[in-house]
Design a protein around this ligand. Structure first.
Ligand code: NAD
Length: 306
């Protein structure tokens, strides 16, 4: 039987409808969520993400602020941008778009974020809270993977708690923003978790490990890395990869995932498409985290005033 396609666009619409109500409720208490993005240079994928979250912030009537620096900006300029956003009380959440420039010290950039506004949980304090299982913010892409998984299980009549406890989750990719937090979220659901990265592939062990997965989350940024030979029959596959490739026939650029979706359709039980899978949910989740940051800030102000 062909795999169920997990519809990220429909899930994103549901989440957005829920957010509208929550943002309205906060506004009635005098608070408007504010999102800031900080971008260095003009990487096309970062620019496309910036445009999508700006449109979404405007649609949800959140304040939106953009800091756009030239590709050759100094580290001090980047830190100054972050300082401005940290100090601006209208801004609840800050997204630093990657990639930064080659000379920028990414770790110092994340350390300089106000932890209360660090909606992608990249500051060591927030990364630590996430690792301890008591997150202040759950980074939007891994959160979206598990939102889609939970939703798919519920819709197919499977109790998520029991399913995760019995499952082996394999995460391919170990970045700080996607792979590592996905591992932690899997552990928090009591799944048995295996983490693979490029070294696993180089050691020739990737397929051996992924073939045992009941749930496979792939975030490697390698187009078509995963095929039917990597899957256990019936596995649920979450394809995070978004890779621009030139179409051999038309020559035009199109987006593909890390999974050869046409080839795995008869082996997997469910699969997220690219585009239209994890991506649309990630965009809305970022605004959800912005709202959460605004709610926490409003609560702090309320406590201080009391
Ligand atoms: P990254 O480059 O920071 O990390 C990639 C990870 O994959 C690394 O741990 C690396 O070791 C591993 N890897 C690379 N080649 C591998 C191989 N052959 N076998 C096994 N592991 C391998 O990338 P990232 O920021 O985590 O993003 C990964 C992908 O997800 C990219 O395609 C990116 O565009 C996409 N992405 C999508 C969303 C979304 O919302 N859908 C959000 C963020 C990133």
């Amino acid at each position: 039987m062909a795999a169920t396609l997990i519809d990220g666009r429909a899930a994103a619409q549901e989440l957005k409808a829920h957010l509208v109500g929550e943002i309205d409720a906060l506004r009635r208490h005098g608070t408007r969520p504010g999102l800031a993005t900080i971008q260095v240079g003009d990487d096309p994928a970062a620019s496309a993400y910036e445009r999508r979250v700006r449109r979404l912030a405007e649609e949800l009537d959140c304040l939106y602020h953009r800091e756009h620096l030239p590709a050759d900006a100094e580290q001090a300029d980047l830190l100054a941008s972050i300082g401005r956003c940290n100090a601006d009380p209208r801004i609840s959440g800050i997204l630093v778009l990657r990639p930064l420039g080659k000379t920028h010290d990414e770790a110092e950039v994340f350390r300089s974020l106000d932890p209360a506004k660090d909606i992608e949980a990249l500051h060591p304090k927030n990364a630590g809270l996430l690792a301890l299982g008591t997150p202040r913010f759950v980074p939007s892409t891994p959160a979206s993977c598990f939102h889609l998984l939970d939703r798919h299980l519920q819709r197919s009549g499977t109790e998520p708690g029991t399913f995760y406890r019995r499952s082996l989750l394999v995460v391919v990719g170990r970045s700080n923003n996607v792979g590592k937090p996905a591992v932690l979220l899997g552990m928090q659901r009591n799944a048995t978790v295996v983490s693979c990265d490029e070294h696993t592939s180089q050691a020739g062990r990737l397929a051996e490990l992924t073939r045992q997965a009941d749930i496979l989350v792939v975030a490697a940024g390698v187009p078509g890395l995963i095929g039917p030979e990597h899957l256990k029959p019936g596995a649920i596959v979450i394809d995070v990869g978004i890779n621009p490739v030139a179409d051999p026939v038309t020559g035009q650029t199109r987006l593909v995932g890390d999974v050869r979706s046409d080839d795995v359709r008869d082996v997997a039980s469910a699969l997220t498409p690219v585009p239209g899978g994890v991506g649309p949910v990630t965009d809305v989740w970022l605004l959800r985290n912005t709202l959460h940051a605004a709610q926490l800030a409003a609560r702090r102000t309320h406590v201080q005033a009391a």
